[in-house]
Structures are given as C-alpha cells and as structure tokens.
Design a protein around this ligand. Structure first.
Ligand SMILES: Cc1ncc(COP(=O)(O)O)c(C=O)c1O
Length: 391
C-alpha cells in the first residue's frame, strides 16, 4: 500500500478529499472501502497485528492521515468520541501529582473531567481567564504538564488566542515537557489551524463539523508522531476506539468540510447581522460582528470565516426564549452543533443545566440566552424562519 501523501501544500478542499490518500490502482474503488471488520488475518511471529480497537484498520489509518493533513500536523488519530479524544490526550501525558492550567471557558464534560475525575487520580487544575495573557505564565508550577484551552468558547463564542499559552509553555524552560492542547471543535481546521500557532495537540469532537451531518459520534486528535503514538496507546488501553462504519461516515463528511464551512460561516454571519438589527434582541454574540469583544482577534486568527455559531439574548428573558424556540419551524431544538441542519438550544437546559441561574449569569449566559448552530440551508429561509419566530 502506497501511503505517500501527494497532497502536501494543497488547499483545504483538496485535503478534505485527498488528504492522506492511498494512491489507487486500476480496479480499486474510488471511495475508500468500508471494511467492517473487528480484526484482520495474521498471527505469525512477524505479522503486524491489526485490530480495530488498536486504531490500525486501513480506514482508521487513512482518516488519521487526513486529519493530520488538514491540521498541518505530522500525525492524526480518529477516536470513538470527542470526550474519548480529550480523555485519551489527558491520560497520555499526566501522572499522579501533575498539574494542568486550563481556560475557565470549557465544554461542560471537559470541565467535569478536570474538576471531578482527574482530582480522583491526583491531578489538579488551575483555571485561568484565558484572555489574560499573563495568567498562563503565572499559573504554571513545577508539576504543570498541560495547558488546555478551547476556542471559540461555548456558548459565548469568545476567541481565545493560543499563542500566549504556547509562549508560556516555551518560556517555562527546555525539558519541562509542557504541552499546549486545544479543543478546536468550534473552529475547524478550515477556519483555524492551531498547530501553526504553537499548539502541540489539536482535539475535536468530530461529531460536529468534521462529520457534519449529525449522524456520528466521533473524536479526532492531531499532533507530532510521538505524541499521537502516546495518545493511541491510551485509546487502546481505555477503549476509546472508533468503529469502522463511523470512520467511513467521518471520511465522507471530511470530503465536503471546506464547502460546508464556507456556507456555515456565511449563514452565521448573515443571521448574526439580522439579529443585531432586530428590536426583540438584546445582544448578539458572533466573532464576525464588529460589536463582539474579540472581533479584532477573530479577524486576525480567522481570516477565512468566524464560524457557524451565533448566540443571542432575547428581550423578556427565559419565557421569551422558550416562546421563540417553540415558534421556530426550520431551526430545530436540539443539543449539539455543526451539522448541515440548523439547531437551536438554550444553555440553561443543555450544557449549563447543572449551574444556578446566578452562576450562568456570571458567565454571561443569562436566562433568555439562545445558541444557534447555523446550518447550510438557503440563508433566506434560515433568516426568514428566525424573523417569523421573533415577530
Ligand atoms: C467543544 C466540545 N468539545 C468536546 C465535546 C465532546 O464531544 P463528543 O460529544 O463527540 O464526545 C463537545 C460536545 O458537544 C464540544 O462541544
């Protein structure tokens, strides 16, 4: 099997289709075959053991290389879920007594991992305000092994610049072995390539934009060969591997990632501009809007587009938000994001359900807050549906 990647230097659309590709021979299928097999023949002393939980069936390896090509990294890995990817990365580089510095704006289950699970294993975390550049450096201790961040953040869509974290890790000194890990689920490699900004490991809930059709649960990680090998070992031991059929669907999603992202970016910005002009709307959060607190940074870091998510607050609080949600016809109420169809949710019922209203308010998520994942429908239909619901 020829695994030479002839796509180096190509654009995102080309990489999404051909990245990490195996050059075919006459008679091969154009689409990589789905080999729905847990195991593969071989058992002699010199045979390489292939088993889908090891992440080494041919399609898992191909999509791993594609993820690496898209992220501009040496290696990539597909896992069974975004949380499988995140936990495998953390397990790979942390020992009892180690320390993490993390942005305080993180996905709920990641927060639980850091606040509940890792302390049970002797790993502690200091949370910092990630936009405060000095805070990363100040929080690093002798036992810090990971600096962890996410951008854009959920659901307030703050842009967190990974460069200060990368500089803090570098300035901690040679041999300190501190890795910067970034969850770039909301960004996608089309809008941001964190590795080009000093991030060591990029993680994704590939359930979202990478898969793109709300029909798989998947995770992905990209980084150096050595780091991905370490993460793969954790995936094998703790069992976060990806099922072959899911990987095949993920590969199909990646083929259209660039064109989908272009439309997600356009639709979200158009929806955000419409909402900003609407009298029933108190505030709109989208990094592409001039009114967003991180707009200048978004323009610098996200030159191709500022993402498919839009958050907004309706006048009238929680009751008004419930009413708007119930009146939407095209935009469906559901958690998750990044699929071709538009979805809406209220964080108070989903990601931030466990918090009090005061706690959410302190994070900038008051009752009345709605989060929309703008799909790739015709923009007039999408905006029209929201206009009707707000009328
Ligand atoms: C930013 C972010 N990271 C990680 C996850 C977890 O991904 P998964 O549900 O694929 O495990 C999610 C899920 O919503 C997410 O939004």
């Amino acid at each position: 099997m020829n695994t030479d990647d002839s796509t180096t230097g190509h654009g995102f659309s080309t990489l999404g289709i051909h990245g990490g590709a195996v050059r075919g021979a006459p008679g091969d299928s154009v689409v990589p075959p789905l080999v729905q097999s847990a195991t593969f023949l071989g058992g002699g002393p010199d045979d390489r053991l292939m088993y889908s939980r090891y992440g080494n069936n041919p399609l898992q390896e191909l999509v791993g290389r594609k993820i690496a090509a898209l992220e501009g990294c040496e290696a990539g890995l597909v896992l069974g879920s975004g949380m499988g990817a995140i936990s495998s990365v953390l397990l790979a580089f942390l020992e009892q007594g180690d320390h993490i510095v993390a942005s305080r704006h993180l996905y709920g289950a990641t927060l639980e991992l850091l606040e509940v699970e890792l302390p049970r294993r002797g790993v502690t975390t200091t949370f910092v305000e990630p936009t405060d550049v000095a805070s990363w450096r100040e929080a690093i201790t002798d036992r810090t092994r990971i600096l962890y961040l996410e951008a854009p953040t959920n659901p307030t869509l703050r842009i967190v610049d990974p460069r200060p974290a990368a500089e803090a890790a570098a300035s901690a000194g040679v041999g300190r072995d501190i890795r910067v890990v970034m969850d770039a689920t909301f960004a996608t490699p089309v809008n941001l390539r964190p590795a080009s900004l000093g991030v060591d490991l990029v993680v994704h809930s590939a359930t979202k934009y990478l898969g793109g059709h709300s029909d798989i649960i998947a995770g992905a990680v990209a980084g150096s060969e050595a780091d991905i090998a370490a993460v793969t070992t954790m995936m094998k031991r703790y069992g976060a591997a990806a099922d072959p059929h899911m990987v095949w669907l993920l590969d199909r999603g990646l083929r259209t990632l660039e064109v989908r992202m272009r439309r997600h970016n356009e639709n979200a910005l158009a929806l955000a501009r419409f909402l900003e002009s609407h009298p029933a709307v108190e505030q709109v959060l989208h990094p592409g809007l001039e009114s967003h607190p991180d707009h200048a940074l978004a323009r610098e870091l996200f030159p191709h587009g500022t993402g498919g998510m839009v958050s907004f607050m309706v006048r009238g609080g929680g009751e008004a938000a419930d009413l708007v949600m119930s009146r939407l016809q095209l935009v469906q109420a559901a958690p998750s994001l990044g699929g071709v169809e538009s979805l809406v949710s209220q964080p108070r019922y989903t990601s931030h359900r466990a918090m009090t209203a005061e706690g959410r308010g302190a994070l900038g998520i008051p009752d009345g807050f709605l989060r929309v994942s703008a799909g790739i429908e015709d923009v007039g239909d999408l905006v029209g549906d929201v206009r009707e619901a707000l009328a």
